[in-house]
Ligand binder design. Structure first.
Ligand code: GLN
Length: 554
């Protein structure tokens, strides 16, 4: 029997639009993800989507300093990092339709115009751009999910986000009156001088929304202090939102994973169900989540991991890596303390000075020459001192270079990414990439199959021979050196058989407790209750390292 038949009447997809006001960085992505989590717990299927007002077609070309990490989906879309929250909190399918930017919308409209699709009409923001946005919203939930959640990036009042707001206004007219909900996320700033929370910015931001024809149904108010009943009444009156739909979202104490249960406590699900005319499909059970939060709050042990990267100052640049470490820690009831180490400084001052005492060293992905030497130094330190090591993408490439230089005796070994004259380019482009002179479009992006070698650490971690992981890189392990590496003890643990590419390298357990480099990005496939197996085992090794060193107490 199909699901629909089982559930009786299946309703058309319902839409939730989430806008943000007052200031940026309010945590809209997190709130959207938490709402998705709540709806899944009530038995609904959800889709998650982000509409970004900036003009880049995707964030792939933006510096991590500007925009944080570039998130990658199975289908090879380079996307906003909020999609990471969506995947970590929900089971929504995240793909090319999960993230649209102004650039992506205009590119599509302009292509259609060039192909004569508009039959001679003048192409305008309304209706052509707004129609394109509405199509994008529908494409986001094309699997017929019960609820489609769409987050509008930027802050209400920005010029750039206007076409998106206009499109969602129109959209609400086209679907049934109970099929669409507008949620506006705002801030109640606390003024220390007068000791009170202020509602005026919220009133003004809702005013802006109403000017463009959007009356929010639910307000989620970010605040550091509890909101009084009087305040809720005032917001309700001035913003024209029912009092019970003014939801408090207090700053979390210790973990972002508190957000969904806090929103539940504030009763947001009653509002969503009522506005969308939905009956819960299953009884709400959240005990397992409280258990998880308890582990986060009071872990039994701790360990310290050095993350040696180029964009260390900006937390968002390695967001998924940090979250993956976090999830892995929860499984081991272990607080993972981060030591964020600038790769450039390791290069200048040497590994030991900055890495002493850590229980594990992780070298994440990256591009370009800056900091590369420091990564190589850090890996040498991890290898020689037998500290658990996890190299991801550029981190694996640096591990290969390090091994070639210091174990195989090729002092000038390097990657052709920044030295294509060197004699030993142990990391290099594939032959077919070399034939394409323009580097754009030559990245290996999205999910690729990988076959694991029996008996390796990776095989043990995954408990399977065949896996698929996401990639985002140009350069590869150079097969011309495969025999040399293997003879010198760097084993191949995973291969893409179709492309004959080495995807994982490892040191055997009798040589090093845990040394794994992967060409892909495992950090994009982790959830708090089901951590990624490689991160899980890396932290397991770090915990053992700490115990050996005497003590793993918190
Ligand atoms: N710069 C390397 C390459 O392009 C690694 C990329 C990455 O770490 N994502 O192959």
């Amino acid at each position: 029997m199909s699901d629909a038949a089982q559930d009786g009447e299946r309703k058309p997809t319902k839409y939730i639009f989430i806008t943000g006001g007052v200031v940026s960085s309010l945590g809209k992505g997190l709130t959207a993800a938490a709402i998705g989590w709540i709806l899944e717990r009530l038995g609904f299927t959800v889709s998650m989507q982000k509409l970004d007002p900036y003009i880049n077609v995707d964030p792939g070309t933006m510096s991590p300093f500007q925009h944080g990490e570039v998130y990658v989906t199975d289908d090879g879309t380079e996307a906003d990092l909020d999609l990471g929250h969506y995947e970590r909190f929900t089971h929504a399918t995240i793909d090319e339709h999960s993230n649209y930017t102004t650039g992506k919308i205009y590119r599509s409209v302009i292509r259609k115009e060039r192909r004569g699709k508009y039959l001679g009409s003048t192409v305008q923001v309304i209706p052509h751009i707004t129609d394109e946005i509405k199509d994008a919203i529908r494409a986001g939930s094309s699997r017929g999910e019960d609820v489609a959640i769409t987050e509008i990036g930027g802050t209400i009042g920005d010029i750039e986000s206007l076409p998106f707001c206009e499109a969602i206004r129109q959209f609400s007219l086209e679907v049934g009156p109970r099929d669409c909900v507008f949620i506006h996320l705002t801030l109640l700033p606390f003024l220390r001088a007068s000791g009170e929370l202020k509602t005026k910015p919220t009133q003004q931001s809702v005013g802006k929304l109403r000017e463009i024809g959007i009356q929010p149904h639910i307000l989620v108010c970010r605040t550091e202090k509890p909101m009084t009943d009087e305040m809720r009444g005032k917001i309700s009156l001035f913003c024209n939102v029912r009092k019970e739909a003014v939801i408090e979202e207090r700053d979390v104490d210790f973990s972002i994973y508190e957000v969904p249960v806090d929103l539940l406590k504030a009763g947001i699900h009653h509002q969503l169900l009522a506005h969308l005319d939905l009956e819960p499909r299953r009884e709400l059970v959240v005990d397992d989540w409280y258990e998880l939060l308890e582990t986060v709050r009071s872990p039994k042990r701790s360990c310290e991991i050095a993350v040696v990267g180029k964009y260390i100052e900006l937390h968002d640049a390695y967001k998924s890596i940090y979250e993956s470490l976090n999830h892995a820690g929860i499984t081991h009831s272990c607080k993972v303390r981060l030591r964020k180490v600038s790769a450039e400084q390791v290069g200048e001052r040497g590994g030991p000075a900055l890495l002493e005492g850590v229980d594990g060293i992780l070298v994440p992905g990256g591009f370009g020459e800056r900091g590369f030497l420091g990564k190589v130094e850090a890996i040498r330190y991890a290898r020689e001192q037998r500290i658990p090591f996890f190299g991801i993408c550029y981190g694996m490439q640096a591990a290969i270079v390090e091994y070639a230089r210091h174990v195989c005796g090729l002092a000038d070994a390097t990657t052709s990414e920044f030295d294509d004259q060197a004699e030993h380019q142990v990391v290099d482009l594939m032959e077919e990439q070399k034939r394409i002179s323009d580097l754009g479009g030559t990245m290996r992006l999205g999910a690729f199959a990988c076959r694991l070698v029996e008996g390796t650490l990776s095989h043990q971690a995954y408990g399977a021979r065949d896996i698929a992981e996401r990639h985002r890189h140009r350069y590869e392990y150079n097969n011309r050196y495969r025999d040399m590496f293997v003879e010198h003890g760097l084993r191949v643990a995973g291969i893409n058989e179709h492309l004959d590419l080495v995807e994982i390298v490892e040191l055997p357990r009798d040589v090093h407790p845990w040394f794994v480099g992967v060409q892909f990005h495992p950090e994009f496939k982790t959830k708090p209750q089901t951590p990624h197996p490689l991160f899980r085992d890396f932290i397991g090794a770090a915990v053992r390292h700490r115990e050996r060193a005497g003590g793993s107490g918190v």
